[in-house]
Design a protein around this ligand. Structure first.
Ligand code: ARG
Ligand code: ZN
Length: 881
């Protein structure tokens, strides 16, 4: 970050990778901590690996002193230029000492050492991934340099009573002048990006944990006093994560202490620093009064994610940042499996696929498209993307599916054992999984190097006289930025065939003696493949890509009734939902341009109305089924790409659904769910709340006055945040004026609760239509709004630009110009946050001409500026192409 773009931006290429010229065996760090001024003393034991000078990275830090084997180096004995400190050394082994000064309170970019909260009450903390350590001291700041760390912190005892760093505690004591010290030794060699420290006034909750292999571990969760009572759910999630990783992967925790710290000032979700995880408070704090059910699930997932990194990321790390998905894709996969085990397998799959389609598919369809393993970057922070994380997880899922449960476990055992203590590559991962199973998985490497979402087309021909069913599968990946030629990938297609009554048919492929299971996985590993099923008595309905067996867009020419069969009968919850989504897509096509007419909208509303009345359909699944693809996903189906029309068509289709179900049924269901209302967090209660929300939203489309009263009452009576926030959103959509007092009440009730206020901003930022921009501008003037806090920026600007298509994409372009202004202001404070918000422009080229023109003008203008950060410049340059 923060070097402005007048400095030449260099491109880093995977093909240029070279192993480090010097290894760092161990690192001794001493910190004299202060809010304005912190002094960092380092002593590195360096060991030569190649005939080159020592090169250390350092940015935005002041070098006070440099020594070689204890001898001070004069000006002529080193070169310091462009963020690199170079020292030529004859010996093969040496000790390099440095003393540097850093200024935490001035660090608004939240990278390196910075201050969270106010000067007089806040605390100091670090964020090093990806390249933050170079903002703390001079170091070969790359993930393939692994070292043992000994860290001593010194600070004023009153102001900084708690001193934490990663590793095991190794003594504390008093110093003169009211100061104290604490030392930590981490026995596990680690790269610099996993270093962390925290210092300040924090409270804690603790738990004694014993690992499966018998280690006693003290678990501590730390937070500021006003929120420490909201950490219990995180502790509970942590304990369950530790047990799950022991059970599922045989992986135990490996230090005597494990610290987790919550901060309100954080650029990302959380960070897996060895022994000292640091969390955005949004993913750690939870209580019924201020957190929604979704947020409880997010806390559980992110706590697990960071904990799982201890093996997939820390014990085995990445050779270079191109391999980021090696740890992130794998850890997301592990986290998703954990959440599925804790909750519901099919609901989790629905949630994950919906996220992939909402976040990753659009990313991969625009100018920011990149492979899961990119081949070049100019700013690595811009590659913590849905592609690297979510698509990366899908790739691991395909591998796991290919190997089966036991085979995958064997492969993971070998991967962890073989590469423990290594900085590994994607190739290493595939090799371990393959070797453990006596198979070669290298064909899957192509998935890591190729951007874009493959289109999988299926074509069916039924031959009644021969009772044969032929399915032809073809693949094609559209060209993407910098990749015009695309190759065929191995695509596992899990499938079943159903007869018209919804019975799954036993499958016998041409050439096989007997029929086997009712589900098979066919791998399409070339451009095209045909398969023939025998003994098929009547034209079947295929259920393809079951469980979403590959991250592709499936194109099959389903008749609406066929999807209706799957929607009613598919025993798999995920595929049932998927059939509903496909059918909803067709139904949407029937609702364009103000008409609501056609076979699909009829079939969709009929099928859902029937399921609505079917007591065997569980509440949670029903709520999902009643939710058609969102406005962002539907963009793909609307050739005109006009967000207003997309919204209007989607609303029309929902209205058709609501009238089909009927006001009496909706009212009755709402009342039944209302009577069951409680604040309980069990799955049943959560499902009831979710369904209640869907029912109220549907009701609001056909019975507005009554829905308004129900929403008002629900807001007043809500026992927890889920019901309260849902009521607020519905009320505001139905009747913004009627919602005004409720918003005022909420604002007042949660004064001082940052996470609740974020939701207050976000709900309003997402209210659709022309009036949205004006609303955003008045919200910016609220006392609680600040561009300095990443969560606040996300909740207002991020929600508006990314989750409010009809509001953001105003035809007159006013919102684009407004956002451009804000991006410049945010960039001066925090480049990572500015870059992330700027990705909202990713889809501009696919807008209708009027909007496209005004978006283009704004993007081009911004991209031509020379005073922006490398982070923002990189995004704009790629988006503007
Ligand atoms: N490794 C963190 C995770 O668990 C994300 C850190 C990203 N930080 C950044 N500055 N890009 O996903
Ligand atoms: Zn991660």
């Amino acid at each position: 970050m923060s070097d402005r773009s007048d400095a030449p931006t260099s491109v880093i290429r995977l093909a240029d990778y070279r192993p480090p010229a010097w290894a760092v065996e161990d690192v001794v760090l001493e910190f004299d901590l202060g809010i304005d001024h912190t002094e960092v003393t380092s002593r590195l034991t360096l060991v030569r690996q190649a005939d080159e000078p020592i090169r250390l990275n350092g940015e935005g830090i002041e070098l006070l002193e440099l020594t070689l084997d204890g001898r001070p180096l004069g000006d002529g004995e080193y070169i310091l230029a462009n963020g690199v400190l170079e020292v030529a050394v004859d010996a093969d082994r040496c000790t390099l000492g440095a003393r540097v000064a850093v200024r935490p309170a001035e660090n608004t970019a939240f990278e390196g050492l910075y201050l969270s909260g106010s000067r007089d009450r806040g605390f100091l903390l670090t964020q090093c991934e990806a390249e933050g350590f170079r903002h703390i001291t001079y170091f070969p700041d790359r993930p393939d340099v692994l070292s043992k760390y000994t860290v001593t912190l010194r600070a004023d005892r009153q102001r900084f009573p708690v001193l934490l760093a990663g590793g095991n505690p190794d003594g504390t004591g008093d110093l003169a002048d009211g100061r104290h010290w604490a030392r930590f030794v981490d026995p596990h060699p680690k790269p610099s990006y996993l270093f962390a420290l925290v210092a300040g006034r924090l409270e804690r909750i603790s738990h004694d944990y014993t690992t499966a292999d018998g280690r006693a571990v003290a678990l501590h969760i730390w937070a500021e006093a006003d929120v420490i009572d909201r950490c219990d759910y995180a502790m509970d999630s942590l304990i369950r994560s530790m047990q799950w990783d022991e059970r599922t992967y045989g992986r135990n925790y490996d230090l005597d202490v494990f610290h987790v710290v919550a901060t309100h000032d954080f650029n990302m979700g959380a960070m897996e620093n060895k022994g000292l995880n640091i969390f955005n408070a949004k993913y750690l704090l939870a209580d019924p009064d201020s957190s929604t059910d979704d947020e409880y699930r997010h806390v559980e997932a992110v706590v697990a994610h960071e904990y799982f990194h201890n093996w997939s990321g820390n014990r085995v790390t990445c050779r270079d940042w191109f391999q980021l998905s090696l740890k992130e894709g794998l850890t997301v996969f592990r986290e998703q499996s954990f959440s599925a085990d804790m909750n519901s397998v099919s609901l989790k799959r629905i949630e994950d696929v919906a996220l992939l389609r909402r976040a990753q598919f659009p990313e991969d369809a625009g100018p920011l498209s990149h492979p899961v393993r990119p081949s070049q970057y100019s700013e690595i922070n811009n590659f913590y993307t849905a592609t690297v994380y979510e698509k990366g997880s899908e790739l691991v899922r395909m591998l796991a599916g290919h190997l089966g449960r036991d085979g995958f476990r064997k492969g993971m055992d070998l991967y962890f054992d073989r590469h423990d203590g290594d900085a590994a590559t994607i190739e290493d991962f595939l090799k371990s999984l393959g070797d453990a199973n006596g198979t070669d998985l290298s064909a899957y490497l192509a998935w890591y190097g190729q951007a874009g979402t493959p289109r999988l087309t299926a074509e069916a021909r039924y031959d009644a006289t021969q009772s044969r069913y032929r399915l032809t599968l073809r693949q094609r990946t559209p060209a993407s930025a910098g990749q015009t030629v695309k190759h065929a990938l191995p695509i596992p297609v899990r499938l079943s065939l159903f007869d018209a009554s919804g019975k799954a048919l036993p499958l016998r492929l041409e050439g096989e003696a007997t029929a086997g299971a009712t589900e098979r996985t066919i791998v399409l590993d070339g451009a095209e493949r045909s398969i023939v099923f025998e003994d098929i008595a009547s034209a079947p309905v295929p259920s393809l890509l079951r469980g979403f067996s590959a991250p592709v867009i499936l194109e099959f020419d389903y008749a609406p009734e066929e999807l209706g069969v799957l929607l009613r009968h598919d025993p798999d919850g995920f595929n049932r939902w998927e059939a509903g989504q496909q059918l909803a897509g067709l139904a949407y096509d029937d609702c364009r341009d103000g008409k609501v007419d056609g076979a699909a909208i009829g079939a969709w509303t009929r099928a859902l109305a029937q399921l609505f009345g079917d007591p065997s359909v569980e509440d949670a699944l029903l709520a999902e089924l009643l939710t058609p693809p969102g406005e962002i996903e539907l963009v793909e189906r609307q050739p005109e790409r006009d967000p207003d029309r997309i919204r209007a068509s989607r609303q029309a289709m929902l209205r058709a659904l609501a009238s089909r179900i009927g006001v009496p049924a909706l009212r009755a269901r709402y009342e039944a769910l209302r009577a069951a209302t409680s604040a309980a967090l069990d799955a049943t209660s959560q499902a009831q709340r979710q369904l209640k929300r869907r029912v109220l939203d549907l009701l609001s489309l056909v019975d507005e006055a009554h829905a308004r009263e129900l929403a008002r009452a629900q807001y007043d009576e809500a026992p927890g945040m889920t019901d309260r926030l849902a009521a607020l959103a519905t009320l505001a959509t139905v009747d913004p004026d009627a919602a005004t007092p409720a918003f005022a009440h909420f604002r007042h009730r949660y004064e001082g609760n940052a996470l609740a206020l974020d939701k207050w901003f976000a709900v309003q930022a997402q209210l659709p239509g022309e009036t949205a921009l004006g609303r955003i501008q008045s919200l910016e003037r609220d006392d609680a709004f600040t561009l300095k806090n990443p969560n606040r920026v996300q909740s207002l600007l991020g929600s508006f630009a990314r989750a409010n298509p009809s509001g953001f994409h105003r035809a007159d372009g006013a919102a684009y110009r407004w956002l451009a202004d804000r991006l410049v202001a945010i960039d001066a404070l925090n480049p990572q946050v500015a870059a992330r918000v700027a990705t909202a422009f990713n889809g501009w080229k696919r807008l209708e001409p009027v909007r496209r023109e005004s978006a283009h003008a704004v993007v081009a203008e911004l991209a031509s500026r020379k005073d922006l950060s490398r982070d923002l410049t990189d995004i704009l340059a790629r988006v503007a192409l």
